[in-house]
Design a protein around this ligand. Structure first.
Ligand SMILES: NC(=O)c1ccc[n+]([C@@H]2O[C@H](COP(=O)([O-])OP(=O)(O)OC[C@H]3O[C@@H](n4cnc5c(N)ncnc54)[C@H](OP(=O)(O)O)[C@@H]3O)[C@@H](O)[C@H]2O)c1
Length: 327
């Protein structure tokens, strides 16, 4: 067995690499030539690094030499516009599926790290299930759904799709904003703090991905992978404040303010050409009533779960941020 991981130097991908190494599974990290290696520094002795452009068929063919399983985790969670999301999330997936097809006799499974965003919002009363027709609300979600279609329709090898909800944990820069706000005694809550979320702690997600990679009952199946705990954005902000042991004042961000901030950021992106975490697309995600998914299929088919609860996950995240001088 030899596993190739794309996106291996990113937040989620680096934890997948850690998990594979811990299980002593021979691992190859495929990086872009200028990809930052900071998250892989602890594993350089344990992992083979291969570099190449993902739009270069010959480079992909060389990268797949001797590989038996592929985890495709590379993706764009932020982009300047629709084309930017589709070029990476759909385009790179298409190139990789084609390269894997050229080695279909050798490669046993292609696992795509997709997203709950590909399926669309869900609430505690009506959580998204794998059986619901996908209804993404943003270009990010639509591009991840297009990536799924590339795999389902194009892959000649066996495949599995894992759809995580929002991921948090060591090395994540998105939740870091909430930790920094709490340290500054602020507890931001948007839209009344009522949006309900399924979350996943990154090390749980990495364990699920690696388990699904070879599991016979993961063949040609889609799974949501998240905690069974559902929290509101207000509860999340309170949990982060407790994790950093900081008194905090509520900082309500009403929908009107968020709408304005997202559309203002969209205009700024058009002028400067620089992607921003806020955008009109982000507004579509922020105003959704919830991002809740049902995770029982994972347990039923694979016997896997994401057991880390929010209190423990936030404490472990805080510890890592503090040890690494991020907080
Ligand atoms: N974080 C979340 O909350 C979350 C939730 C659901 C799903 N996901 C999915 O999980 C995956 C990883 O996300 P992440 O949070 O770990 O993001 P990340 O830290 O930004 O990592 C993204 C990875 O993708 C690579 N990448 C980006 N554009 C690329 C391109 N054009 N060609 C090849 N590689 C490219 C990056 O490589 P470079 O360093 O070279 O740019 C990096 O390794 C994505 O597919 C994302 O959709 C994430």
């Amino acid at each position: 067995m030899k596993v190739l991981v794309t996106g291996a130097n990113g937040f989620v991908g680096s934890h997948i690499v850690d998990r594979l190494v811990r299980l002593q599974i021979p691992t190859v990290a495929l990086l872009r030539p200028n990809g930052d290696r900071a998250f892989l520094t602890g594993q350089l002795a344990n992992v083979e690094l291969r570099t190449g452009r993902f739009d270069d068929a010959a480079a992909l063919d060389a990268a797949l030499e001797g590989i038996t399983l592929v985890i495709h985790c590379a993706g764009a969670t932020n982009a300047r516009n629709r084309e930017g999301f589709f070029a990476v999330n759909q385009g790179v997936t298409r190139e990789l599926v084609a390269a894997v097809n050229r080695r279909s006799a050798q490669i046993q499974r292609f696992l795509l790290v997709s997203s709950l965003a590909a399926a669309g919002p869900g609430t505690p009363m009506t959580p998204r299930t794998e059986n619901h027709a996908p209804a993404p609300v943003s270009d990010y979600g639509r591009s991840k759904l297009a990536a799924e279609q590339e795999v389902i329709q194009g892959s000649q090898t066996d495949w599995t799709i894992i759809r995580p909800p929002a991921v948090y944990g060591p090395r994540d820069r998105e939740f870091l904003r909430l930790f920094k706000a709490a340290k500054s005694h602020l507890r931001p809550t948007f839209g009344g703090g009522k949006q309900a979320l399924t979350l996943v702690f990154v090390q749980d997600l990495a364990a699920v991905i690696v388990a699904a990679l070879t599991h016979p009952r993961a063949s040609r199946e889609i799974f949501f992978a998240g905690s069974t705990e559902v929290v509101t954005t207000a509860e999340l902000a309170t949990g982060v404040a407790a994790a950093v042991d900081s008194w905090t004042m509520p900082l309500p961000l009403p929908n009107a303010v968020l709408w304005l901030a997202c559309h203002w950021a969209g205009l700024a992106t058009r002028i400067t050409g620089k992607a921003n975490v806020l955008s009109p697309q982000k507004w579509a995600e922020l105003k959704a009533p919830g991002w809740v998914c049902e995770v029982s299929k994972l347990q039923r088919n694979l016997g896997c779960s994401c057991p880390t609860d929010l209190t423990e996950g936030l404490a472990r995240t805080r510890d890592w941020y503090q040890e690494n001088g991020w907080l």
